[in-house]
Structures are given as structure tokens and as C-alpha cells.
Ligand binder design. Structure first.
Ligand code: SF4
Ligand code: SF4
Length: 84
């Protein structure tokens, strides 16, 4: 199983939230639970900055689909493959 970590460029991120709303896993969690939290989200925006939810050596649930990267208007997101 491939394990990814999101790398968000703090110098370019404008906190627009598009990555959060475009992530299909976040979308599924929202559909099931009605909200996103530190427990179920892959990526969130806090204080105007996107950050990944990184626990126990991985960005949980991120499947590396690249949708957030495609939609980020300032190309602030990269994916790092931690393990394959
Ligand atoms: S889409 Fe890009 S600019 Fe917008 S919050 Fe996410 S990382 Fe930041
Ligand atoms: S790569 Fe895909 S699964 Fe991972 S945070 Fe981005 S949109 Fe979500």
C-alpha cells in the first residue's frame, strides 16, 4: 500500500479551501458524517493555511489521487511518497 504525505507550500498557500472541498475522501467523509474534523479529514484549512492531517507516519486516508494538486490555484501542494 502506498503511503503519501502532502507537502503544502506555506509561502504560496492562500487558504482558499479548494483543496479541502475538492478532495474526494474529504467529500465522502462529509457525506457520511456531515462535517470534517482532525479525525476524519485528509486536509484542512486553519488560520488561512492548508495543512495535512498527519498521524502515525502518514497522511491518513490520502490515496494520492492528485485532485487537490490539480485544483489548487497557486500550485502549493505536492505529494511525497513515503512508502510503497
Ligand atoms: S487549494 Fe492550494 S491555496 Fe487553496 S488552501 Fe489548498 S493549498 Fe492553499
Ligand atoms: S491527493 Fe487526493 S486523496 Fe490526497 S488530499 Fe489530495 S485530493 Fe485528497
Amino acid at each position: 500500500m502506498q503511503i503519501y504525505r502532502l507537502k503544502i507550500n506555506k509561502n504560496t498557500c492562500i487558504g482558499c479551501n479548494i483543496c479541502v472541498t475538492s478532495c474526494p475522501i474529504n467529500f465522502n467523509q462529509l457525506k457520511e458524517m456531515g462535517y470534517l474534523t482532525q479525525e476524519n479529514a485528509v486536509i484542512l484549512v486553519k488560520n488561512g493555511m492548508a495543512y495535512d492531517i498527519f498521524t502515525e507516519g502518514r497522511t491518513h486516508n490520502c490515496d494520492g489521487c492528485g485532485v487537490c494538486i490539480k485544483f489548487c490555484p497557486v500550485s502549493a501542494i505536492k505529494l511525497e511518497l513515503l512508502e510503497s
